[in-house]
Ligand binder design. Structure first.
Ligand code: B12
Length: 178
């Protein structure tokens, strides 16, 4: 378990992980640094995390947010499998869970692909392009605590990555260079 930076008491406990097929790691380092700069506490599970371990760690940690990252091109299929396993756990049924990166092998995702991931249970899908700004906006809508989504369960905050046009400006003085 790695934790650095200046976590704030009001910060979120965030699990950052990739999935079983993906051995890329700098995407995870980037996400950890970004989240820690924003004052959140990060548990980075690393690369090639088997489904069973990913689910077990999330059940043990009970995070405020689960961030799945994948860049090897298998993310769409890995994500569908993993979100089903996470949502099957009663204690993780409402935990805000997002996925991002390079989820397929044909560039930025299509709205249909992103919608399929949302329908499967993700609360945000952040593919290439303006994804980090959208992700930043999404995090700003969350508060610590169980199932801390901003509105009704499963509701999407405005600009939650599915629509690249939903990008918002960073709050002034956030101190994060994007
Ligand atoms: C380094 C690298 C490797 C290294 C990884 C070493 C390591 N320890 O990480 C090695 C050599 C192991 C490797 C292996 C492979 N790689 Co590789 N790799 C790369 C490379 C050159 C750089 C990746 C990197 O570190 N980027 C730096 C990080 C910071 O950026 P990033 O990963 O893109 O993440 C950014 C965004 O995607 C985004 N993001 C990512 N996740 C998330 C999540 C959320 C929520 C949000 C908001 C944003 C977000 O934020 C980050 C910052 O902007 C890229 C090409 C490239 N230039 O991107 C290919 C690339 C990712 N690899 C690729 C492939 C195909 C492979 C292999 C399958 C090759 C093979 N045939 O074996 C294997 C896969 C192995 C596996 N099991 O996963 C492809 C993926 C194709 C696709 N998705 O369309 C790429 C894009 C190369 C290419 N152009 O074809 N790779």
């Amino acid at each position: 378990m790695e934790q650095h930076g200046k976590a704030e008491p009001s910060g979120l406990d965030v699990v950052v992980t990739t999935m079983a097929s993906d051995s890329h790691t700098w995407n995870l380092v980037f996400l950890q640094l970004l989240l820690e700069e924003l004052g959140h506490r990060v548990i980075n599970l690393g690369a090639c995390v088997p489904d069973e371990l990913l689910v077990a760690e999330c059940r043990r940690i009970e995070p405020d947010l689960i961030v799945l990252s994948s860049v090897n091109g298998h993310g769409f299929h890995d994500g569908l499998r993993v979100i089903a396993a996470l949502r099957a756990c009663p204690e993780l049924g409402r935990t805000p869970t997002v996925i991002g990166g390079k989820l397929g092998i044909a560039g930025s995702g299509t709205p249909a692909r992103q919608q399929e991931l949302m329908t499967a249970g993700f609360d945000g899908v952040f593919e290439e392009g303006g994804s980090v700004l959208d992700f930043h906006s999404f995090i700003g809508t969350l508060s610590a605590g169980p199932g801390a989504l901003p509105a009704a369960p499963g509701a999407l905050p405005a600009g939650a990555g599915v629509s690249p046009a939903g990008s918002k400006a960073l709050p002034a003085g956030s101190g994060v260079l994007l």
